[in-house]
Ligand binder design. Sequence first.
Ligand code: PLP
Length: 486
Amino acid sequence: MTSQVRGVQLARLLGQWHALPGRRRSPDYAALAAAVRGLLSDARLPLGVRLPAERELAEALRISRTTVTAAYRELRETGHLASRRGAGSWTMLPGTHRVASTGLWTPLDDRDMIDLGVAALAAPAELVPAARAAAEDLPRYLAGAGYHPTGIIELREAVARSYTERGLPTSAEQIMVTSGTQHALDLVLRLALAPGGSVLVESPTYPNALAALAARRARISTHGLATDGTGWDADLLLGSIRQTRPKLAYLIPEFQNPTGHLMPAELREPLVAAAHAAGTDLVVDESFVDLPLDGTTLPPPIAAFDRHSRVVSIGGMSKPYWGGLRIGWVRASAPQVQRLAAARVGVDMASPVLDQLVAVHLLGRAPTIVAARRTQLAAQRDALLGALAQRLPDWRVSVPRGGVTLWAELDGPISSALARAAEEVGVRLAPGPRFGLDGTLERFLRLPFTLPAADLVEAVGRLAAVRYDLDRGTGRPRWREPAVIA
Ligand SMILES: Cc1ncc(COP(=O)(O)O)c(C=O)c1O
């Protein structure tokens, strides 16, 4: 499953490589090699990708071939490139860079701990009234056995309506209710991916999706998102689908976790067309679709361009409503829903009826609840951005137009060290490498804005205090239990 990057594509990714900050008198070949290493460690350039031939890259960069030859030689020496005569050169990382991606739960008993590892809001005030109303509804279901593998009809209808309102006509038969979006992903993978199947994901991406893929022993390749601009590079994304023809691609087009990017309208149709031509199924995670901020308009859903049942959409209640509800869903063709339900019977039979009724009541009040969530999130995001600008001005952030997280570019490859130091001062972080493969992304940190503004400001103050200790090397390494990242 080797994909290849063309000379012009690499030249675009390299950008102003000859004028990188910190470059003084280093020769061109060393600057070029450093820029390629930078792309690799930021996961903008995937591992295992074939680089252009020396002559092709020299032409694209308008430099001499000897410079490219010397840069490739240096990359081989530092362990960033493997070459075989006549076959080409592939990107790699030196040594055994491996990162654990387990997300085990350990209960939080430290009240002073500010948990920035979980990107989810506390429950809305409407939850308890919705639960009471659901209990009142329950007798309607008690005469039956209570197993509804595709979900109770009222919830399926309510979810179908929300897709139709987004411009994607959907019937209840196309919806299957699950116990959360994560469960939806697991079921879809069970059905669509044989063990060891090939999957393309964004880098960075949602860590628990990587865990679900690891459980299927998927062979994962990545599409590196840019930190600025729109994130996805259309040419590279479509190119790698065409070249590697993965069995499946898992994407988060609406306010991507962790970067907050929104996939532009003009990429959506060609993406579906390329997936269809390559025989790739698209699993589109719409966890954050209800949370555009600042009046951002949403492009049409990816599934709106699907004519061949290539796109399966998954989503749920956790981000706009409450994670503790454990309600999610799959939108697919009616036959796919039936197959998913059959697979589910071997896993957990069905989702709890009472929780589904709570979800129906919450969705009935969606306009009020979601509007309040957006106002709250925008205010918390602005408080976080303000605190970062004041206390950690060397970190670069672009303002997310929706969702619940921002992706900060740090002032060095310190993310894991910072997370360890932050625990000592009562801040739990999800460091950059948790969002990728192979130990890349050390220069990045996901910061959710789901906690109250005062907690976010306090957390940034504590981070600023330990950031400068890192340079002095005063942090003590200590064993820590793994904690959940969501
Ligand atoms: C992209 C994405 N998918 C899935 C989930 C899991 O959602 P749920 O709680 O509905 O299982 C999350 C939660 O953080 C997420 O960010």
